[in-house]
Design a protein around this ligand. Structure first.
Ligand code: HEM
Length: 390
């Protein structure tokens, strides 16, 4: 609007009665909001009805038993620097399946039977997002792993999981909760975050989750929490990551220029899923770890007890609900495996010793650090003297 236009506009307003101004406002405001919401949806790609997996490369011969878990080694030697560590997620690699599928599905079914509240939560506000999540998971699996996942032609509305030899109803009326079905199809934990579900309309909150592998936290406690509160125990989160999240996704639409803590989630586009990795070290093989990791081992810790718990996390937006879907695949790798991967072991020792004191405390280094250090000392002694890493 030019200066002249402004004059005209305000001149007109002056001539109008307060009632007319109110009426005009009542008419214009909803229009303004509708346009702003449409613009936001357009920007995030939310006009689509469902995710498009037609370009996903099928693996027609895929057999989980022939596929080893991917050997992620998500640590690097050098100065500690907490970053979001996000990278693009290739479309084909959203849901990964490998030889551990069957045994982890046994654990999932066991937890659903014995600790349903602990492993799965869904707030009423997230029911629709769970249905949408299941739909997307099914569409991806039948495209990517056609030999293992099939829609049943003789039983419409059912999918056959060839790895566990089970059928699941995937349409309404459901026989099991859609999140429960989804969890029995994939290897990842599933988290759905919705904006405006908490006290602050700007926050993204955890509204539904199936978590077979929590890393020291209780789902029953944290369901409904905003993302910043979930990360409360994480040292440096406030100073480092909240800031980084602000930088990551510039929000152009003025109406939605919001506080730092939501920027990343607001900016996540449907067509641009991302992934990141992280890791902890633990003193046993427990996958379903709700209690915080113990501060000391209950017995004399052996190097064989020490496991690297590493996660591959993916983030994507669902088109209809706008929910952010946060999937987490957890791997437990025995430390001793790194005997054969000296470069990685060297990097791990280096990374762990570079943690600042508060991070070392959070990750429990005092409990297993000595055993790790001794192991590295023995394995890397010759390696270093051979000069391989200089
Ligand atoms: C871009 C997104 C995210 C980033 C950069 C991020 C980063 C982190 C970091 C750095 C940690 C500390 C552990 C470590 O050093 O590896 C952590 C822990 C954690 N994150 Fe996230 N995270 C993200 C998204 C999420 C989401 C969406 C959830 C929702 C469930 C979540 C749940 C957790 C939990 C439960 C912990 C453990 C907290 C505890 O120790 O009590 N994170 N995250």
């Amino acid at each position: 609007m030019t200066v002249l236009d402004n004059h005209h506009f305000f001149g007109m307003l002056e001539m109008m009665s307060p009632m007319k101004i109110l009426l005009l406002g009542a008419l214009l405001l909803p229009t303004y909001f509708c346009i702003a919401i449409w613009k936001r949806k357009h920007r995030l790609g939310m006009r689509r009805q469902t995710l498009d997996f037609s370009k996903v490369q099928p693996l027609p011969e895929f057999k989980p038993e022939d596929t080893s878990p991917y050997p992620y080694r998500p640590w690097t030697a050098g100065k500690y620097n907490m970053t979001m560590g996000l990278r693009k997620m290739p479309a084909d690699e959203w849901l990964i399946i490998d030889s551990l599928y069957k045994e982890e599905q046994v654990l999932r079914r066991h937890l659903l039977k014995t600790n349903r509240q602990g492993v799965m939560q869904c707030l009423p506000t997230a029911e629709k997002a769970c249905e949408e999540a299941l739909e997307c998971i099914v569409n991806f699996l039948i495209e990517r792993y056609p030999s293992q996942f099939k829609l049943l032609t003789n039983r419409p509305g059912f999918i056959y999981n060839g790895i566990t030899a089970r059928n699941f109803k995937i349409t309404k009326p459901y026989e099991q909760h859609p999140l429960e079905v989804a969890a029995q199809l994939v290897m990842e934990d599933i988290n759905l975050l919705l904006q405006g579900a908490g006290n602050d309309q700007l926050d993204y909150c955890l509204c539904a989750s199936f978590s077979m592998a929590p890393a020291g936290w209780y789902l029953q406690e944290r369901i409904g929490w905003p993302i910043w509160r979930i990360h409360g125990p994480v040292p440096l989160w406030e100073e480092k990551l909240r800031k980084a999240m602000q930088k990551y996704a510039p929000v152009k639409c003025k109406l939605f220029r919001q506080t730092d803590r939501t920027r990343f989630f607001l900016g996540l586009k449907i067509e641009s899923p991302v992934q990141r990795n992280n890791y902890f070290i633990q003193m046993d093989k427990t996958m379903f770890q709700q209690e915080p990791f113990p501060a000391a081992s209950l017995h004399q810790l052996q190097v064989e007890d020490v496991h690297i718990r590493h996660e591959r996390q993916t983030l994507r937006r669902l088109p209809r609900s706008g929910a952010v879907m946060f999937m987490v695949r957890t791997y437990l790798t025995p430390l001793t495996i790194l005997k054969e991967e000296k470069q990685n072991l060297f990097a791990l020792r280096n990374a762990v010793s570079a943690w600042p004191a508060e991070m070392a405390k959070y990750k429990g280094r005092h409990a297993w650090g000595e055993v790790l250090s001794e192991f590295c000392g023995t394995v890397l002694k010759n390696y270093i003297s051979e000069g391989s890493i200089e």
